[in-house]
Design a protein around this ligand. Structure first.
Ligand SMILES: [Zn+2]
Length: 257
């Protein structure tokens, strides 16, 4: 795949989203349904960090898709190796992929598994092209992914950097929003939210989806606390938090409260 192919393929999305390198809001009619693309390093990340937001977008009638870069067969599957000594890596990959799609089904989103090896996540030029092509095909208005400065977790950090680069290659929306870094590291990596989504009315459904990710049972108590904490920050019961990649420039006709 040549770079210029992405530019051609993504040109319509470019026109609709304000352009690569632009922080402009999508220039879309108010009734247009935003196309939401979540890009997750591992099977569970999309669900734990932005699952409630995805449910709300689905309920609003938006096309929503998740792309997993890996099946998480080493980074986030230790429980399977503990419970099943001698289990093959291939079997772990199969179980994790099944969990990922089951969680996506509960959320109501489409899933695309790229299945790259996860430790280390090596984004070769061919894999970058594959990711860019996936973006060009879906034409997202908003991309949700890992925090660009999550230096404490190399696979997540690599995913964020790859997503930013692939969005340029594909010529798709520059409206990239980062979801939570690994639980407990937000302060250390400088994750200061500038965007919140109230997920109070969909939190139970998010928990149901997290139950499908049985290899990581701690996600439910951890993200219950996290979503309650983010809720405290914005005066809601439960919320998910994000950081924009490109600075926003809000414009209003007058001051308001
Ligand atoms: Zn992960």
């Amino acid at each position: 795949m040549k770079r210029r192919d992405f530019i051609v393929t993504g040109s319509l999305a470019l026109a609709a989203s304000g352009g690569v390198g632009s922080a402009a809001k999508p220039n879309l009619p108010s009734d247009t349904k935003l196309r939401i693309l979540a890009i997750s390093a591992h099977p569970a990340d999309f669900c734990s960090r932005t699952g409630g937001t995805l449910i709300k977008q689905v309920r609003a009638g938006c096309p929503v898709r998740v792309i997993w870069l890996t099946r998480g067969e080493t980074d986030e599957s230790s429980l399977l190796y503990q419970k099943h000594p001698g289990i093959s890596t291939e079997e772990v990959r199969r179980i994790r992929e099944k969990e990922a799609f089951a969680a996506a089904e509960v959320l109501g989103v489409e899933g695309r598994m790229l299945g790259f090896s996860d430790h280390p996540l090596d984004m070769t030029p061919e894999r970058m092209d594959k990711l860019a092509q996936e973006m060009a095909d879906f034409k997202p208005d908003i991309i949700l992914t890992h925090f660009k400065d999550e230096l404490t977790y190399p696979t997540h950090w690599r995913t964020a950097q790859s997503v930013i680069r692939a969005a340029q290659l594909a010529g798709v929306s520059w409206d990239i929003r980062f979801f939570e870094p690994t639980i407990g590291t937000a302060n250390r990596v400088g994750f200061i939210p500038d965007d919140y989504v109230d997920i109070t009315d969909v939190f139970d459904q998010k928990v149901t989806a997290l139950k499908e990710l049985a290899t990581q049972p701690d996600l439910i108590p951890h993200y219950t606390v996290c979503n309650q904490w983010r809720g405290l920050e914005c005066d809601r019961a439960y919320a998910e938090a994000f950081v924009h990649w490109a600075p926003r420039v809000p414009v209003a006709s007058t001051l308001s409260r």
